[in-house]
Ligand binder design. Structure first.
Ligand SMILES: Cc1cc2nc3c(=O)[nH]c(=O)nc-3n(C[C@H](O)[C@H](O)[C@H](O)COP(=O)(O)OP(=O)(O)OC[C@H]3O[C@@H](n4cnc5c(N)ncnc54)[C@H](O)[C@@H]3O)c2cc1C
Length: 359
C-alpha cells in the first residue's frame, strides 16, 4: 500500500530514494537546513539492511579500508549526540550501549587503540566468556539498529520530512543533463535534487547503474541465557548484547544475489561458534533469525557525491559500516548538496571513480 504522509505538499527541494538509516539521517540533516524533503521508499521504512544489522560501532577495525578509517572515527565520535537527538525527537530509546567491546583473536591482530587484557581481567569483565586465545578491550559502543531506524523515521516525521512508502522508484526524470525528479511505479515526484540512498539496490536504478552488489549476512538472536555486558568479537563470530536481554549473534558474508533466506545449517554453525565462547548459551532459546543485504562495492568504499547528472547524488555502498557511518554521511552529503566545502577529504568516495564501469 502506498502511503504518503503530508500529501498536501506538491514539490520538494530534495527527493531521497530509500528510507534506510542513510536516507532517513540525511533527510533529517537536510530538514535542519530548511530544505523540503521527500523520502520515497519501496517497502516499509527501515526494513532492509538497517533492520538486519548487528549495530556494532566499529570506529577502528583492522579490516576497514584505510580511506574509511577517518570517517569511521569521526562518526563514532558523533554517535552519542546523534543517538540522543533521535531519542529526544522521537521519544524512542535506541539502546546506545557504552560498555565497550572485547576482541578475541588467535593471532593477536588488534587495532592500536585496543588494550590487551589478562585472563583475570577478562574473567572479571565477562565471567561467562571462555577464551583460549588472546583478548583485548576497546571502548567501542553498540546500538540497536531496529530501534535506531524506528527513531530516525519518527524524528524525520517530527521534522516534517514527507515520506512515501510502498512506492518504488523506477527511474529519474531528467531534462538535458539535469535531474528534475523521480518516476515511481505509480506517479512522479519533482525536485531539483535527487539522492540515491537505495542501499544494496542503489545499482538497480536506471540512468547510471553503480556497481553496488548485495552481500548477504545471516544472523540470529537468543534469549533466556547468560548475561553479557560487552560486545564480543572473535575471528569467526560476534555476540552483541541488547539491554532487553537478547544476544544477537552473527554473521556471514555471502554472495547470494538478492536472496534473504536463512538456512538452518548456517544458523546452527553461528550458534555453535558462539557457544564455544560462552558455553552458558546452551541454555538459551533462539528468538529469531534473519538475513540482510549489505551494500558492497568493488573497492569496499562507500559512494558519496554528485553523479555526472547534475543534481543527482548518491550515498550508498556503506557495506559493513552503514549504521556507524550514518551521522558522518548525513553531514558530508548535506555539505555537498548545499555546495559547502567540508573538512573531510571525500575524493576516494566519488561516484566518478566508476565512470565507464557502469552497466
Ligand atoms: C547482517 C548484517 C550485519 C551488519 N552489521 C553492522 C554493524 O554491526 N555495524 C554497522 O555499522 N553496519 C552493519 N551492517 C551494515 C549496515 O546494515 C548497512 O551498511 C546499512 O544499513 C546501509 O543502510 P542503507 O540505508 O544504505 O540501506 P538499507 O537499510 O538497505 O536501506 C535502503 C532502502 O532503500 C529502499 N529501496 C531500494 N530500492 C528502492 C527503489 N527503487 N525505490 C524506493 N526505495 C528503494 C529499500 O527498500 C531500503 O529500505 C550490517 C549489515 C548486515 C546485513
Amino acid at each position: 500500500m502506498t502511503r504518503t504522509y503530508n500529501a498536501g505538499v506538491k514539490s520538494w527541494d530534495v527527493v531521497i530514494i530509500g528510507a534506510g538509516i542513510i536516507g532517513l539521517s540525511l533527510a533529517i540533516s537536510l530538514r535542519k537546513q530548511r530544505l523540503r524533503v521527500l523520502v520515497v521508499e519501496r517497502g516499509e521504512p527501515g526494513r532492509e539492511a538497517s533492520y538486519a544489522a548487528a549495530g556494532m560501532l566499529v570506529g577502528s577495525g583492522t579490516e576497514m579500508p584505510p580511506a574509511v578509517k577517518p570517517l569511521a572515527a569521526e562518526s563514532a565520535r558523533m554517535y552519542p549526540e546523534f543517538a540522543h537527538e533521535l531519542e529526544d525527537e522521537s521519544g524512542l530509546k535506541v539502546d546506545l550501549r557504552e560498555q565497550g567491546t572485547i576482541l578475541i583473536s588467535c593471532d593477536s591482530a588488534f587495532p592500536d587503540s585496543a588494550e590487551p587484557i589478562s585472563r583475570e581481567r577478562l574473567r572479571s569483565l565477562e565471567p561467562e566468556l571462555i577464551v583460549a586465545s588472546s583478548a583485548a578491550y576497546i571502548s567501542e559502543r553498540s546500538v540497536d539498529p531496529r530501534a535506531l531506524t524506528a527513531a530516525a523515521f519518527k524524528a524525520a516525521r517530527h521534522r516534517e520530512v514527507d515520506i512515501s512508502s510502498g512506492s518504488e522508484v523506477k527511474g529519474l526524470l531528467t531534462s538535458g543533463d539535469r535531474v528534475n525528479g523521480v518516476q515511481t511505479d505509480k506517479t512522479s515526484y519533482s525536485a531539483g535534487i535527487v539522492v540515491n540512498c537505495a542501499g544494496a539496490w542503489a545499482g538497480c536504478i536506471a540512468a547510471q547503474k553503480f556497481p553496488v552488489r548485495p552481500v548477504k549476512g545471516q544472523m540470529l538472536a537468543v534469549v533466556g541465557g547468560p548475561h553479557l555486558e560487552h560486545v564480543v568479537r572473535a575471528d569467526n563470530v560476534y555476540l552483541v548484547p541488547r539491554s532487553d536481554g537478547r544476544i544477537v549473534i552473527g554473521s556471514t558474508l555471502e554472495d547470494a544475489g538478492y536472496n534473504k533466506q536463512t538456512d538452518v545449517s548456517t544458523i546452527q554453525r553461528l550458534l555453535q561458534a558462539a557457544r564455544e565462547l560462552v558455553p552458558e548459551l546452551a541454555k538459551t532459546k533462539v528468538h529469531d533469525d534473519w538475513a540482510g543485504l549489505r551494500p558492497g562495492t568493488p573497492d569496499e568504499l562507500p559512494i558519496l557525491g554528485e553523479t555526472r547528472t547534475t543534481g543527482y547524488f548518491i550515498a550508498s555502498g556503506h557495506y559493513r559500516d552503514g549504521i556507524l557511518l550514518a551521522p558522518i554521511t548525513a553531514e558530508i552529503m548535506t555539505g555537498l548538496i548545499l555546495g559547502k566545502s567540508g573538512t573531510h577529504d571525500v575524493g576516494a568516495f566519488t561516484p566518478r571513480r566508476f565512470l565507464g564501469l557502469e552497466q
